[in-house]
Design a protein around this ligand. Structure first.
Ligand code: COA
Length: 260
């Protein structure tokens, strides 16, 4: 499928999905949301892809939120569908089973911050501005923002950001645990690429075991989480990569993980 709003580029096992609407600060209209659904389905089902980088085009914004021009005319029923589509996309990204890195430059607002929060890593430029400004439009975050911000940063920051609609800079986002690293703008691509290369060299089954265990564990009690971890741990022992990883250590060489 040819995308009208996305640019997809592969570098070996790393896929970069970039929203290409710089004139609208990469705002998420329905067409873009639908294309992102397809793009992440493709990334999930392509065994050659081990890591995804999520980016926005242009210097100014990662994503400036849901497309307000579209939002403005939605009926209640359409709004429900819009929210459900957005939430399903965020959940799809979060549960991809492969690490997804959000490359955040400039504005990451509303649905942009929500999308970033559904990724597994958030690397931000010093010029990043994050926020949930929906309150200023008379609405609330509808792509999972109230829930993921609560889980990521706790009740205090979640309420503060959603109720005030305030933008925060990258340093505050780092202090709140919303982003993992902050780097000068000119170093952002290098930082993202280094992390992606490092992750792409890992055993994919082990990566997905960690992603699933942490995500499942965050939503259930410790006993169920520990049981899930045990199963995911044991599953690794059915892979060639586990044999390769342990052999490589004992033979004092670098492992080469095939994904099998
Ligand atoms: N939806 C639709 N269009 C958007 C958009 C959004 N969320 N955010 C920006 N745009 C468009 C603007 O309408 C403008 O388009 P135009 O040139 O055709 O008029 C273009 O992107 C550039 O934005 P502009 O507002 O001129 O840039 P700015 O530097 O003055 O301000 C922001 C940047 C991000 C502060 C401002 O665009 C903004 O507040 N956007 C909305 C953020 C928001 O509320 N997001 C949550 C939505 S639920």
């Amino acid at each position: 499928m040819a995308f009208r709003n996305l640019t997809i580029a592969d570098n070996r096992a790393i896929r970069r999905i970039e929203i290409n609407r710089p004139d609208k600060l990469n705002a998420l209209n329905r067409e873009t949301l639908n294309e992102l659904h397809v793009a992440f389905d493709q990334a999930r089902h392509d065994d050659a892809i081990r890591v995804v980088i999520m980016a926005g085009s242009g210097e100014k914004a990662f994503i400036a939120g849901a497309d307000i021009a579209e939002l403005a005319s939605l009926t209640t029923q359409q709004a429900q569908m819009f929210s459900a589509t957005g939430q399903a996309l965020m959940t799809k990204i979060e549960r991809l089973g492969k690490p997804v890195i959000a490359r955040i430059q400039g504005y990451a607002l509303g649905g942009g911050m929500e999308l970033a929060m559904s990724c597994h890593f958030r690397l931000a430029s010093e010029n990043a501005r994050l926020g949930q400004p929906e309150i200023n439009l008379g609405v609330i975050p509808g792509f999972g923002g109230t829930q993921r911000l609560l889980r990521l940063a706790g009740r205090g920051p979640a309420l503060e950001l959603c109720l005030t609609g305030a933008q925060i800079d990258a340093r505050r986002a780092l202090a709140l645990g919303i982003v993992n690293h902050v780097v000068p703008p000119e170093q952002l691509d290098q930082e993202v690429d280094d992390l992606a290369v490092r992750l792409a060299a890992c055993a994919p089954h082990a990566l997905s075991g960690i992603l699933d265990s942490v995500l499942v564990g965050g939503e259930c009690g410790i006993d169920a989480g520990l049981e899930f971890e045990t199963k995911a741990f044991a599953l690794c022992f059915s892979t060639q990569d586990m044999r390769e990883g342990t052999s490589a250590f004992l033979e004092r060489r670098k492992p080469s993980f095939s994904g099998n």
